[in-house]
Structures are given as structure tokens and as C-alpha cells.
Design a protein around this ligand. Structure first.
Ligand code: C5P
Length: 217
């Protein structure tokens, strides 16, 4: 099946299952994969390790220019604290512009890509033939986060995890530049009552339809 230059855009709030779904789709359709959240996390991590404040815009711009998408270390960047810091860095439009350019460049490489984030369908790849918007209730997302933390041998307090998720949602949805929202032509998938296999099956139906439409065109 033809997938050349094919882009799948996945957006949604933290803990909705975007990362797992993106990986499954990239494997299945043999597309490149970019977790764009890591780019914001990498900038935040660089500032924190250099002892710089997250609102130092020129330092954040320099860090953003230096990010190498191929060298982002998921283990270092995946902590809860880095995610929180990333959402503070992500409010700066000039930092976003630098990272969005890199993300678009990645998306343009053959054979195509799955990108997940907050603004993929609205800003980064507005012409993507498939746009998915994943949601789940805050309580479901908080329970998933707890399970992830516990699976790594850690401990967390449910009320705190829930409060963090709600605060991050409101920062991501409320910012002026590129707020988190579904694109007008996005397919909404509510994963509250769905496991990953069901979400994957639902997404494949949508992707297969888009691929069939391309083949005909
Ligand atoms: O998805 P992840 O939790 O790794 O994202 C961390 C933060 O990076 C998000 O809370 C959001 O503020 C920011 N982000 C963004 N745009 C993206 C991806 C992530 O603003 N495309």
C-alpha cells in the first residue's frame, strides 16, 4: 500500500495514550515516528541543568536551536518534573517556531511520519491526511500515570497526580500560541473506556480509509 509522504497527526492531553498509539501506528504502517513533546522537554531539561530560569526566552531559543531530534534521550526526559517544566517553556512563541521548523522538516522526510503532540493537526502539519485527537477523562489519565509510575518501581499520590494533570491541561489549552485543541477535521477518539488495542483498531480503520482515498486520487 502506498504510504509515501503520508502523515498521521496525533494530538491530545497528557496521558490520553498518544505515545503508545503513535508507536503502534508507526510500526504497523512503517512510518517515521516523532514524539514532539520530547523536543519541548529537551529544551526545558537543558535550561534546568544549566541552572537557568524557564522564562529566560533567549536561553530557551538557543537551547531549541541546539536540539538534535536524533539524540533526545527518552529516559532522561520522561520524568514528571521535566514534563511540567516543558509546558512552561512551550508557552514562548519564538521557542515554538524553532521547534516547529524542526518538526516539519522531520515530517517531510520519506516515507512519511507519525507525529504526536498538542498542535500537530492545527499548526505543525495542518495538511496531514489523518488527524486523530485522543482524549480521556482526567481521572482515567491520572490512574494511567499512577500505573506507569508504579510499574517503574516509584510511588505517587493519586490526588497530586490528578491535580498536576489538570494544571497541565489548563496551561496547554489556555496558552495564546498554538493551544491544545482538536483540528476541525480531526477524528476524536475517547480512550476512557478503550484499551490500547481498541484505540489502535479504531485508528487503523481511519488510516486505511485515508490511504484508500489517496490510492484512488
Ligand atoms: O507530551 P508531553 O507530556 O511530553 O509534552 C510536554 C509538554 O510539552 C506539554 O505539556 C506541552 O506543554 C508541550 N508540548 C507542546 N506542543 C507539542 C508537544 C508538547 O506544547 N506539540
Amino acid at each position: 500500500m502506498m504510504t509515501d509522504g503520508f502523515i498521521i497527526a496525533i494530538d491530545g492531553p497528557a496521558g490520553a495514550g498518544k505515545g503508545t498509539l503513535a508507536r503502534r501506528l508507526a510500526d504497523h504502517y512503517r512510518l517515521n515516528l516523532l514524539d514532539t513533546g520530547l523536543t519541548y522537554r529537551a529544551v526545558a531539561h537543558r535550561l534546568v541543568t544549566h541552572g537557568l530560569p524557564l522564562d529566560n526566552i533567549s536561553a530557551a531559543e538557543t537551547a531549541a536551536r541546539q536540539i538534535d531530534l536524533a539524540a533526545m534521550d527518552r529516559d532522561t526526559l520522561s520524568t514528571h518534573a521535566v514534563g511540567e517544566a516543558a509546558s512552561r517553556v512551550a508557552v514562548h512563541p519564538s521557542v515554538r517556531r524553532i521547534l516547529v521548523d524542526k518538526q516539519r522538516d522531520f515530517a517531510s522526510r520519506p516515507p512519511g511520519a507519525v507525529l504526536d503532540g498538542r498542535d500537530i493537526g492545527t499548526v505543525v502539519c495542518p495538511d496531514a491526511p489523518v488527524k486523530l485527537y485522543l482524549t480521556a477523562t482526567p481521572a482515567t489519565r491520572a490512574r494511567r500515570r499512577m500505573a506507569e509510575i508504579e510499574a517503574r518501581g516509584g510511588q505517587a499520590d493519586y490526588e497530586r497526580v490528578l491535580a498536576d494533570i489538570e494544571r497541565r491541561d489548563s496551561r496547554d489549552m489556555g496558552r495564546e500560541d498554538s493551544p491544545l485543541r482538536p483540528a476541525a477535521d480531526a477524528h476524536l477518539l475517547d480512550t476512557s473506556e478503550m484499551d490500547i488495542d481498541a484505540a489502535f483498531e479504531a485508528a487503523c480503520v481511519i488510516v486505511d480509509q485515508a490511504l484508500a482515498a489517496r490510492t484512488k486520487a
